[in-house]
Ligand binder design. Structure first.
Ligand code: FE2
Ligand code: FE2
Length: 208
């Protein structure tokens, strides 16, 4: 189905015009993500993506809500399921670190389980974890909202404000902070930086 049909079927709106998901979609996300905290994180990323889109005066902010709310839909897959689906549908990326498999399989599940066929939402989900070069508006907003979700439990408020003021410069700030974080982590864990993130950092920050 297209985005319009998806919104009619699964997305509601409160009195202040804020979107939220229907009980039916909540049930599907609980069954696929299989973890209450992660479902909450996904919905929080949806809500933040919506707020960022709105304060940047972008058209159709509900599209950003949907992409954010669905971005971690593949988080509940087992290791075996991940590997078998990656081998079947995403062979080109199967040598990437396992922690980012869920971005590719998220695209797959949104198409297969939710039957949503919207290229820009699917593409944003497909790069939300690693980033990539040449990201468009929705890619940048979902990537950033995922990294700065207030539920992550650290003070990301300055980045949230930056994204709301101007998502283009806000995205560069989030990317820079994420690069520093991964660089630190990478000293103890070789696999944290991958080829897509490297391309993203190189393209936007001119480093790596
Ligand atoms: Fe994710
Ligand atoms: Fe996430």
């Amino acid at each position: 189905m297209n985005l319009k049909e998806f919104i009619v079927k699964y997305i509601k709106e409160d009195d202040n015009g804020k979107p939220y998901i229907s009980e039916e979609l909540e049930k599907i996300l609980n069954e696929t993500i299989k973890n209450e905290k992660r479902v909450k994180h996904s919905l929080s990323v949806g809500s933040l993506s919506f707020d960022i889109a709105k304060s940047n005066h972008l058209s159709n902010p509900k599209k950003y809500f949907v992409a954010g709310a669905l971005h971690d839909i593949a988080k509940g897959l087992s290791k075996e399921e991940e590997i078998s689906l990656m081998n079947k549908y995403y062979k080109y990326y199967k040598n990437m670190p396992r922690y980012c498999f869920h971005q590719f399989l998220g695209e797959y599940l949104v198409k297969e389980v939710l039957k949503l066929d919207n290229k820009s939402i699917l593409n944003a989900i497909k790069c939300h974890c690693t980033g990539k070069k040449n990201m468009n508006t929705i890619d940048k907003i979902v990537y950033a909202a995922d990294k700065i979700d207030p539920l992550r439990g650290y003070d990301s408020s300055y980045m949230v404000e930056a994204m709301k003021n101007d998502y283009k410069s806000g995205f560069l700030l989030v990317l820079e902070e994420n690069y520093k974080f991964l660089e630190k982590k990478n000293k103890s864990d070789e696999s944290s930086i991958n080829r897509l993130s490297n391309q993203c950092f190189h393209f936007y920050l001119n480093i790596c």
